[in-house]
Design a protein around this ligand. Structure first.
Ligand SMILES: [Zn+2]
Length: 96
């Protein structure tokens, strides 16, 4: 029952998406210094061979970081239920 079905638009340059930050490793007691969170991001380029892979400018609170296709870009991972998608992926912003 995910809203991210086959009707999703394809990404294009300038679209606003979410980038999932990499959290820090889980400690032995199960806690983490930083968990994975959604960050605002802008699509800067789209892989012509694979429109799920994009370059992003990620707008963190402390600065903007770039993930160009030349460095691998970011692949799409749908939000499905409670678990956040893997760090380093992008998705369409959740409707709240
Ligand atoms: Zn998100």
């Amino acid at each position: 029952m995910s809203p991210s079905g086959a009707s999703q638009p394809r990404p294009s340059v300038g679209r606003a998406v979410h980038y999932v930050s990499h959290g820090t490793p889980v400690r032995e007691d199960g806690s983490r210094a930083y968990t994975s969170v959604c960050r605002a991001a802008t699509v800067t380029e789209v892989d012509p061979q694979d429109s799920d892979r994009v370059g992003l400018a990620v707008h963190n609170p402390g600065g903007t970081f770039f993930h160009p296709l030349a460095a691998g870009g970011c692949t799409h991972a749908a939000v499905d239920g409670e678990q956040p998608p893997a760090g380093g992926t992008w998705h369409w912003p959740e409707v709240v």
